[in-house]
Design a protein around this ligand. Structure first.
Ligand code: ADP
Ligand code: ZN
Length: 292
């Protein structure tokens, strides 16, 4: 059985065809321009591919409330041509198949929960640290929605006393996204993150911030596993620094088996950067089941 998968990002769209086992049979990407240009290209790719359903993991914010008139819309995004755009509706209209829909990070969480390092767990979180910081949440075996959906990249954190960088979030001077994204690192230190690989102070500070976010997520969501992906997390030296800092900040308060085995609790993404697109395949599969 074939499924379509669309990972809709702010800079590029990843399009793929996969099967029920999460195997990707074909994949391509196109730049994210305006809906007028980009959506017809998406339709063109998927039509005649014999897909039973399609799963869309989208940049947001998005409307995930099935009772809302604007369910399936991208809502108040800073990408202006996409504001209030009915992405689910326009795909469904042209392709005439069920369309599963969630945030890009929830899709990645689902990919890891279905085929990756969170397999078999009924709770866990997926954190991406890239152009932005985003968090997908699996709770009680389902992706967590709510009034909107988690926007946990914007949790407020304490600034390091020696860090005078103003941050990159237009809304909050001291949210995680302001201080810890790839662009924050580049702006603070004057070089691309990847070129700073051997500068310990860069990664110590990065871990100092990410650990604050993670402690808050542990305390509020109580996940069984924490998976970190995205471009910045390719700096593997971050993992021991983050784990150490999380233990320090938690100060023994949460003392579960998972916390004692923190090397297996806070872990890298496990699907070769395909967690997002594989999660979209699963979104498609779940939507087909739901409609059956
Ligand atoms: P996006 O968040 O746009 O989906 P990525 O997850 O690839 O895309 O994140 C892009 C960001 O990650 C950029 O700011 C880039 O500088 C940074 N980045 C990409 N690769 C690396 C790397 N190997 N080490 C450190 N930072 C990286
Ligand atoms: Zn913010």
């Amino acid at each position: 059985m074939l499924f379509g998968a669309l990972e809709a990002g702010g800079t590029k769209m990843v399009l793929a065809i996969g099967n029920e086992n999460g195997e990707i049979l074909d994949q391509m990407s196109i730049p994210t321009e305006t809906p007028d240009i980009t959506v017809p290209r998406i339709i063109e790719y998927f039509k005649d591919k014999n897909i039973e359903a399609i799963g869309v993991g989208s940049f947001g914010p998005v409307d995930l409330d099935r009772n809302s008139k604007t369910y399936g819309y991208i809502t108040s995004t800073p990408k202006l041509p996409w504001v209030n755009y009915d992405i689910v509706g326009s795909i469904k209209k042209e392709l005439q198949v069920p369309v599963g829909f969630d945030t890009d990070v929830n899709a990645s969480a689902l990919g890891e929960a279905t085929w990756g390092t969170m397999k078999g767990l009924d709770s866990g979180i997926y954190i991406t640290v890239g152009t932005g910081v985003g968090v997908g949440v699996l709770a009680n075996g389902k992706l967590l929605h709510g009034m909107l959906h988690p926007e946990a990249g914007h949790v407020l954190i304490s600034k390091h006393p020696d860090d005078h960088f103003e941050g990159v979030c237009p809304y909050h001077p001291n949210c995680l996204e302001a201080l810890a994204t790839g662009p924050s690192i580049e702006k603070r230190w004057g070089k691309k993150a990847i070129e700073l690989a051997d500068r310990n102070e860069v990664w110590e500070l990065e871990a100092y911030y990410l650990a604050q976010g993670i402690v808050n997520y542990i305390l509020t969501l109580s996940p069984h596993k924490i998976v970190l992906g995205g471009g910045v997390m390719h700096q593997e030296q971050l993992f021991p620094l983050i784990r150490q800092q999380v233990l320090k900040l938690m100060n023994g308060y949460i003392n579960t088996e998972q916390m004692k085995d923190i090397d297996n609790y806070i872990v890298p993404a496990s699907l070769n950067d395909d967690q997002g697109i594989m999660g979209c395949i699963q979104l498609a599969k779940l939507e087909l089941q739901r409609q059956a």
